[in-house]
Design a protein around this ligand. Structure first.
Ligand SMILES: NC(=O)c1ccc[n+]([C@@H]2O[C@H](COP(=O)([O-])OP(=O)(O)OC[C@H]3O[C@@H](n4cnc5c(N)ncnc54)[C@H](O)[C@@H]3O)[C@@H](O)[C@H]2O)c1
Length: 368
């Protein structure tokens, strides 16, 4: 191999079917002079053969520790917890820059191995915006889950296990079928509708057949008056997609919901933003994150009021692994094309600087 090396590792996190590189983006990188190695991975939504067909070299599952240390390793989620030193350059979400549990231990592995971390959450364009994020499909999948919960609730049932769909069309078809053929007649309100997640939620509602007038789209201007908002109680599904950055009055409270009594239309709240444990959570009507196996949690409202459930899953894009990966990887591609020039290319230089800052903090904490 003589091109620029890049190694797609397998994902070790349970249920994670997404990939940082797809056969589409791998092909574009190969056309630009990259040599791409792809680890065999049965849980990835893309078959190994799809990568092989575009010219990737297929290598053993989880074999990246044996790759030349000059080969950058790309993946999505955290590496399994270990004390092993990390000598490679890793491109991934590492969740260790915001003092998360165990952050300094993770970084100490790079310190001991001499490797680098380029965290995907902190790769920014020249305006400071993320170059690649999964928001759109989080909103899309969240809205779909909300519609499924509504369909179940209408039958007096509780929404059961959610499983990743092979593609968007399969999701749309299933949601429409469970709503009796179409979402027409359902009313939804999306707050944060101008953002990535919000646009995805609106797109799903359109695709399952809601009338445009029945998709109420709010962003900063509409919430400026301050909540709680009685308008939320007049739709079937409320999807919260805001990026919470400061204390704001709640959008909904137990009291505002109870006050509507039997007249409330609202049946399902989907909290895509999932600021569940944030003291400023604008939806303080539930306190846990829900899961694919238990997607909803009931809001405790007492007797004689219609049921209300909340979906607060914090990894929604996993429900649409193919499209979510394709979009994320396509957005990442321009930066990946600059990887061979990473000592000069702004996006990588800034990522390296941030890594060095965090590494120094971790070294101090760990006494290295
Ligand atoms: N649950 C999941 O799986 C999942 C996945 C990805 C992102 N997220 C979360 O979703 C949230 C939104 O992410 P994004 O990428 O869409 O962000 P974004 O910045 O693209 O969009 C956020 C939108 O919220 C609006 N907003 C902010 N405060 C508001 C307010 N008080 N009232 C009304 N609108 C307001 C902004 O104007 C913007 O349009 C983030 O908290 C993110 O962490 C969750």
């Amino acid at each position: 191999m003589t091109g620029h090396p890049l190694w797609l590792r397998c994902e070790k996190k349970e249920f994670e079917r997404r990939a940082a590189l797809t056969p589409t983006t791998a092909k574009q990188l190969i056309d630009a002079g990259f040599d791409i190695s792809v680890e065999r991975d049965e849980q990835r939504i893309f078959d190994d053969a799809e990568y092989e067909a575009v010219g990737c070299k297929i290598v053993e599952h989880n074999s990246w520790p044996n790759a030349p240390t000059t080969t950058p390793i790309i993946g999505l989620k955290e590496l399994p917890v270990s004390d092993d030193p990390l000598p490679h350059t890793h491109i991934q979400f590492a969740h260790c820059y915001k003092n998360q549990a165990g952050w300094s231990k993770v970084l100490s592995r790079f310190h001991r191995g001499g490797g680098s971390l380029y965290d995907l959450e902190f790769l920014n364009d020249d305006k400071g915006r993320r170059v690649a994020a999964f928001g759109f499909h989080a909103g899309f999948a969240g809205a779909a889950a909300g519609a499924l919960a509504l369909a179940a609730q209408k039958k007096g049932e509780k929404l059961g296990l959610l499983e990743p769909y092979p593609n968007e069309q399969a999701m749309v078809t299933d949601v429409k079928a469970r709503l009796g053929g179409s979402g027409k007649g359902t009313k939804a309100l999306v707050i944060g509708a101008l953002g990535r997640c919000g646009r995805g939620a609106v797109d799903l509602f359109r695709k399952i057949g809601l009338e445009e007038d029945d998709i109420v789209k709010w962003d900063m201007a509409e919430t400026a008056k301050g909540g709680p908002f009685p308008e939320i109680l007049d739709v079937d599904i409320f999807v919260n997609c805001i990026y919470l950055s400061s204390s704001i009055p709640p959008f909904l409270t137990h009291e505002s919901i109870r006050a509507a009594g039997q007249t409330r239309k609202l049946s399902v709240v989907v909290d895509v933003s999932c600021d569940t444990t944030n003291p400023y959570n604008p939806i303080p009507i539930y306190s846990i994150n829900t899961t694919f196996s238990e997607p909803t949690v009931p809001v405790e409202l007492g007797p004689e009021v219609p049921p209300l459930s909340v979906i607060s899953i914090d990894h929604l894009p996993t429900l649409l692994p193919r499209e979510a990966s394709e979009q994320f990887s396509a957005d990442l591609l321009p930066s990946l094309l600059e990887l061979p020039n990473r000592k000069q290319a702004r996006v990588w230089v800034e990522a390296e600087q941030l890594f060095q800052e965090k590494l120094a903090e971790a070294a101090k904490v760990e006494g290295l």
